[in-house]
Write a protein that binds this ligand. Structure first.
Ligand code: NAI
Length: 251
């Protein structure tokens, strides 16, 4: 690895795409990468509207309204980044959804929606960016998996499968991207306090917090700092890893 020219701004001169950046973990990842000096392209669904503009303004970056499952999402991002910035150094596949149901009631629509956003989109975005020559050598891909992809969660067959798939994707892509000088790693957060987990019934939420050996939920910044570590050029020898964030070491 090469030490950054400026340790206070290790991502200076770098361009980072963060998907799902309008709120929650993605918004904090955008802030932390911008703090480290990156120009952040904050991507989220068009319906995120004002929230996405707020993230982009806060980090002095670019708001990029896009549904990551759209067929042309990767091509549009590549075109924008190549034209304006000469490419992308970092992509954080953070956009994610849940559509929980016990397995007996798990219908195809719930299954397809979750696999589409959480697994197929990260795969296709990276594929397209590489194919278009938009992902630069020396860059980093960081995927947001989940502890639910390591240990099963009741009612989350679709979600757990998608997040386990992300870990498979990291394993499979690490040697392929290494040939291009790009790293790929994943973070697997445990229970993090966001709008996504606020929607969970209270008793389940409390159980989620207690599953952590820390006996409490994590904050978005716990995940964001781990992402920043993988994005740092000083971590260029770190690839193919999954780091659990928030105390669920026993799972
Ligand atoms: P959140 O629901 O607060 O934020 C997710 C963001 O992704 C939203 O702004 C949403 O509009 C965006 N998004 C959803 N579908 C999209 C699409 N098709 N295209 C573009 N953007 C889209 O969720 P949170 O909690 O911040 O989660 C972020 C990531 O972390 C997700 O991948 C989630 O699965 C993962 N995660 C969260 C955990 C938690 O405890 N909150 C635990 C483990 C993983």
């Amino acid at each position: 690895a090469t030490a950054p020219a400026d340790w206070d701004k290790p991502l200076a001169g770098r361009v980072a795409v963060v998907t799902g950046a309008a709120r929650g973990i993605g918004a904090t990842i955008a802030e932390v990468l911008a703090r480290d000096g990156a120009h952040v392209i904050a991507a989220d669904i068009p319906a995120a509207g004002e929230a996405l503009s707020q993230t982009a303004n806060k980090v002095k970056g670019t708001a990029f309204p896009i549904d990551v499952t759209a067929e042309d999402a990767g091509a549009k991002l590549a075109e924008h980044a190549l034209e304006r910035h000469g490419g992308i150094d970092i992509i954080v596949n953070n956009a994610g959804i849940t559509r929980d149901k016990l397995l007996a009631n798990m219908d195809a629509a719930r299954w397809d929606a979750v696999i589409g956003v959480n697994l197929i989109a990260p795969l296709q975005l990276v594929n397209t960016l590489v194919e278009k020559g938009a992902l630069k050598s020396g860059g980093a891909v960081v995927d947001v998996s989940s502890i639910a992809g390591i240990a099963g969660n009741r009612g989350q067959t679709n979600y757990g499968t998608s997040k386990a798939g992300v870990i498979g994707l990291v394993d499979a892509y690490a040697p392929v991207l290494a040939e291009k000088g790009i790293t790929i790693n994943a973070v697997a957060p445990g229970f993090i306090e966001t709008a996504m987990t606020a929607a969970i019934p209270l008793a389940t939420r409390e159980a989620g917090r207690l599953m952590s050996s820390l006996q409490q939920g994590g904050q978005t910044v716990d995940v964001a700092e781990t992402v920043a570590y993988f994005a740092n050029p000083a971590s260029s020898a770190v690839t193919g890893n999954v780091v659990r964030v928030c105390g669920q070491a026993l799972l």
